[in-house]
Write a protein that binds this ligand. Structure first.
Ligand code: DX5
Ligand code: ZN
Length: 215
């Protein structure tokens, strides 16, 4: 499985976003990861629909939208209209997951569900056939620049085995504390989509940083 790299713009220079997009494109990133935080589901605020809408035309990469919000269903249409290509929502928010997945796919986008570090990954097993992606959070969601939680590796390998058992070609994404030292571990466990924010955007040579995550 080819490793895809999704650059989390939470750590980008927002005064020069267009330049950051050129850097991500030229460095071989596969996607841009767009973290939406509502101050309820996570103890932080970030950015939302109007920002996505206005920056979309400046970037040629697909937008991988990560909704850390309590009521994802309410905002799927708005994010789809704003130019999202993929939407991931959280298992813990208590929405009817099948309804949210169906809504995302009805808009022609790919759908993902995410679990926080302490949420058992088994909870998403009944949904695998409807999903394109499962995002295993490798830090507590809310902030960039945190340390990778090693206990999440077991969840990745358990999920990869279960997807194979069900015959599902699933993208397994990891998010939080991913860089050159953690990439081999998560890939070995079965992850194939690596989100990285601070490691990539703080690198002097982003292309070298991306390449180091694929090695
Ligand atoms: C955290 C976000 C991440 C964050 C990752 O809640 O979901 O996408 O940007 O940042 P790093 O790569 O710096 O840990
Ligand atoms: Zn994220």
């Amino acid at each position: 499985m080819k490793t895809k790299v999704s650059a989390s713009i939470l750590s980008a220079d927002f005064g020069n976003l267009e330049r950051e997009f050129r850097r991500a494109e030229a460095s071989g990133c596969d996607m841009v990861h767009f973290d939406v935080m509502d101050g309820h589901f996570v103890p932080n605020l970030s950015y939302g629909v109007p920002v996505l809408k206005s920056i979309r035309k400046y970037c040629s990469l697909p937008f991988d939208v990560h909704l850390m919000i309590t009521d994802p269903l309410k905002f799927i249409d708005a994010f789809a209209d704003a130019g999202a290509d993929h939407i991931t929502f959280h298992q813990e928010v208590g929405s009817d997951p099948e309804e949210v997945i169906a809504k995302i796919r009805s808009r022609g986008l790919t759908a993902g569900i995410s679990v926080k570090p302490k949420t058992p990954v088994e909870l998403v097993y009944p949904l695998l056939k409807q999903l394109d992606m499962v995002l295993i959070m490798t830090v507590e969601p809310g902030f960039g620049g945190q340390g990778f939680i090693p206990e999440t590796l077991e969840k990745i390998s358990a999920l990869r085995s279960e997807a194979q058992r069900q015959g599902v070609e699933l993208d397994i994404e990891v998010d939080g504390g991913i860089g050159f030292n953690t990439s081999p571990k998560v890939r070995h466990a079965g992850a194939n989509v690596l989100v990285s924010g601070s490691y990539l955007f703080k690198a002097d040579d982003m292309a070298a940083a991306v390449a180091s995550m694929r090695r």
